[in-house]
Design a protein. Structure first.
Length: 277
């Protein structure tokens, strides 16, 4: 399986909500790691609405010193009910950022083992370049996604980091763009040309539906059908379809790069039998 990192260059393009939404639509079991050194876990206060209070990844610093990193990682991961998603929540305070810098290398080893055991890992790395930012996770990821809006200020900030990211990751590892709100005003082709990086996929800009993941909000009501109708409308929305396509695009990118043998086998099987044959 694979280690995929989501990060941003500036502003608030919605990295955390996009990672969580993508995880909920992921085609196989996945672990989300909130590695944003800013503190004040966005998942705890957002999706969980402050109703859970698990220990955060700072506890892994002590676990690593005691040689029990793998066991602590399994214990700290919070499963999301009704899904194949587990979450390792981030630091609760920015004061802990400096201490996190000692965690990233051993955590990378532990997450690599998780991926090798058959579970994809999605890392929310927050904003690039902050004190304590998880550079080892970004550098060693099978795929790093630079999340950005399509506005001119967002692209100007992303452009200054795009080349740095591309040069910093290990050989045969990929850096691509995950565009939020394509066509507002620039489209994938223009963004790719400006950043000199391929655009992997685009997530529709839909604040009402994104609030389900950023704030734990209820799904927008449908005209008919109550909660079931709201579920159906959400599943049929352009936003959710675009989120679902992120996971598919990631697996294809990794298969094409030879880094996901399971999905490469699935693709090969389609080629042999023919889709719809």
């Amino acid at each position: 399986m694979a280690l995929i990192t989501f990060t941003s260059a500036s502003g608030s393009p919605g990295v955390t909500s996009t990672v969580l939404a993508a995880a909920m639509a992921w085609p196989r079991p996945v672990l989300v790691v909130e590695a944003d050194p800013t503190g004040g876990s966005g998942i705890l206060a957002g999706y969980f609405r402050g109703q859970k209070d698990p220990n955060d990844l700072v506890e892994l610093v002590m676990a690593n010193r005691s040689g029990v990193m793998a066991e602590a990682l399994r214990r700290l991961a919070v499963p999301i009910e009704g899904s194949d998603v587990s979450v390792l929540v981030g630091a609760k305070s920015h004061d802990q950022a400096a201490g996190l810098s000692r965690l990233w290398d051993p955590l990378l080893d532990a997450l690599t083992n998780v991926a090798a055991a058959g579970q994809d890992v999605l890392v929310d790395a927050g904003r690039l370049g902050l004190e304590g930012w998880p550079r080892p996770l970004v550098r060693h990821s099978d795929l790093t996604l630079l999340v950005c809006r399509s506005t001119l200020p967002a692209l100007a900030a992303a452009r200054s980091w795009a080349q740095t990211l591309a040069e910093d990751v290990l050989p045969d590892h990929q850096v691509q763009v995950l565009l939020v709100g394509a066509g507002q005003p620039y489209g994938p082709r223009e963004v790719s040309r400006v950043l000199d990086l391929p655009v992997l996929a685009s997530v529709e800009w839909d604040q009402r539906r994104a609030r389900v993941f950023s704030e734990g909000a209820a799904k927008p009501p449908a005209r008919l059908g109550g909660d079931a109708g709201a579920d159906r409308a959400f599943a049929a929305s352009g936003y959710w379809r675009s989120v679902t396509e992120v996971g598919v695009a990631v697996q294809k990118a990794l298969a094409g790069n030879g880094r996901d043998p399971l999905f490469r086998g699935i693709i090969a099987g389609f080629g042999e039998t023919g889709v719809g044959a």
